[in-house]
Ligand binder design. Structure first.
Ligand SMILES: C[S@@+](CC[C@H](N)C(=O)[O-])C[C@H]1O[C@@H](n2cnc3c(N)ncnc32)[C@H](O)[C@@H]1O
Ligand code: SF4
Length: 447
């Protein structure tokens, strides 16, 4: 049964970190002035915001990587980049009529710990100077185990950081060598233990299934290491293979990639073993211990998903600073200039570095609500607006129900346990923009 399902559903589909997905934004409407107007409007309704900072540099290229990064060993790039980010922040602040309350702050990349603790300190102090940070705020960063030092952890803790996300991917040396990533299990252990000792409340591990030459034995070993270190959260990502876009993924042979049924088996094995270790399945590809804030938010149906992933709060205004960073003010999206050169140039010329926008139509907003519900809670309903499903939706839902992925009720759908592995396909049936695009974009496979 699952093999038949795979043949039908293992097709390229978006991961739905936004709706519409970035390649399908209506970019001809791009207008920095209009964007700022929408930001101001959102801020007038709610002063609580979420802030994302993209720190793009890495010393070494991991060939599997799908992120926007720039490889260099020259650390003189740090300070000019930080100054540009702080200037961009000032450009936003001048449009806000009072101090923002930073509910969430996340440093992503690239590699935030490429930057020295001193320079990160300049960045964070500059960002927080004209903002309020409530006692229960979430401040987090992506910690590459190879470059995260005790000083990074200590300085960021002193600045208020309480969560870290460690990029593990796999514990196996051979796999790490194939993807050109150099870190040891010992380094993961040290960063985890130092973070705990310093009082970080939550440690996340990023793990990936579907990496080249990865087998069930690797997944068993990965969960064994997880069981020993007990991170609070785990992101268990599906390897996204898009060599047309990320050329470095051509460094290894496609013949070595576990695909289709083999890849699904790796996920199911990982999930079963994690559940045995008391991790609960929350949202797509994510697991958490019962004591973690994200588990509680998922159970209370407060969990939200934005460009940074799953979060326990829902701030309508998410501002992304830095090259290629994406912002969302609930009625509009904005992406910054995608190369460091064009980003720094815009800032130098005192221009907001907007590369492209999408302004959400009323229909986009309705569809986004349902896709978010599916991605966060595995169910959604049309009870409040008492809308009937359109003929096309009825037809699509009936097909998914027949395949055992969904239960359809009057004005409501609930994803089944089997359907959870195909949540991207289920969301896809609601995606009107993709239906209209006639497959003009590249997405990774559903599994
Ligand atoms: C910005 S990256 C990593 C942060 C940091 N530079 C590091 O390497 O530890 C954030 C996460 O994206 C995930 N990721 C990157 N490329 C991916 C891909 N092609 N498929 C699936 N996940 C990917 C990895 O799990 C990674 O830890
Ligand atoms: S995985 Fe992390 S360190 Fe490796 S290239 Fe990507 S962003 Fe850089």
């Amino acid at each position: 049964m699952d093999l038949q399902l795979l043949q039908k559903y293992d097709i390229p589909v978006p991961r739905y970190t936004s709706y519409p997905t970035v390649p399908l934004w209506k970019i001809e409407e791009t207008n920095a002035g209009h964007w700022i107007g929408e930001v101001k409007h959102s801020f007038e309704k709610q002063r609580e915001i979420s802030l994302y900072i993209h720190l793009p540099y890495c010393e070494n290229l991991c060939t599997y990587c799908g992120c926007n990064k720039h490889i260099t060993k020259n650390h003189l790039v740090e300070l000019p980049y930080i100054k540009a980010v702080l200037k961009e922040w000032q450009m936003y602040l001048q449009h806000l009529d009072s101090k923002p309350i930073i509910k969430e702050l996340h440093l992503g990349g690239g590699t935030p710990t490429f930057f020295s603790p001193e320079n990160l300190s300049i960045l964070i102090e500059g960002l927080l100077q004209k903002a309020e940070v409530p006692y229960k705020a979430d401040l987090s960063f992506e910690a590459h185990p190879f470059s995260t030092t005790y000083d990074h952890l200590k300085v960021l803790k002193e600045l208020g950081f309480n969560r870290i996300s460690i990029g593990v991917q796999d514990f196996d040396e051979m796999i790490l060598r194939i993807i050109n990533r150099y870190q040891t299990t010992e380094q993961v252990k040290i960063v985890t233990e130092q973070a705990r000792a310093l009082g970080y409340e939550s440690v996340n591990f990023d793990l990936i299934y579907g990496l080249p030459k990865q087998t069930p034995e690797h997944i068993i070993n990965n969960v064994k290491e997880v069981a020993a270190l007990k991170p609070d959260r785990i992101a268990f990502y599906s390897y996204a293979h898009v060599p047309e876009v990320k050329k470095s993924q051509r460094a290894y042979s496609e013949k070595d990639l576990p695909l289709g049924a083999d890849k699904l088996q790796l996920y199911r094995l990982g999930k079963a073993l994690l559940e045995k270790e008391s991790y609960y399945d929350i949202g797509m590809d994510h697991f958490a211990l019962k004591s973690d804030a994200l588990y509680l938010a998922a159970r209370k149906k407060n969990m939200h998903r934005n460009f940074m992933g799953y979060t326990p709060y829902h701030c309508e205004l998410n501002i992304g600073l830095g090259v290629s960073a994406i912002s969302d003010c609930w009625t509009a999206y904005s992406q910054n200039e995608k190369t460091i050169k064009t980003y720094l140039n815009a800032i130098k010329e005192d221009r907001l570095p907007v590369f492209k926008n999408h302004f959400l139509s009323t229909k986009d907003q309705k569809i986004r609500k349902h896709i978010l519900n599916l991605m966060c809670h595995f169910e959604t309903d049309w009870l409040a607006d008492k809308e009937n499903f359109s003929f096309e939706l009825q037809h699509a839902f009936a097909g998914l129900e027949k395949d055992g992925l969904l239960k359809v009720f009057p004005h409501q759908v609930k994803v089944t346990e089997r359907g959870k592995s195909f949540i991207r396909n289920i969301s896809r049936v609601l995606d009107q923009r993709m239906s209209e695009s006639e497959g003009k974009t590249t997405f990774s496979q559903a599994v």
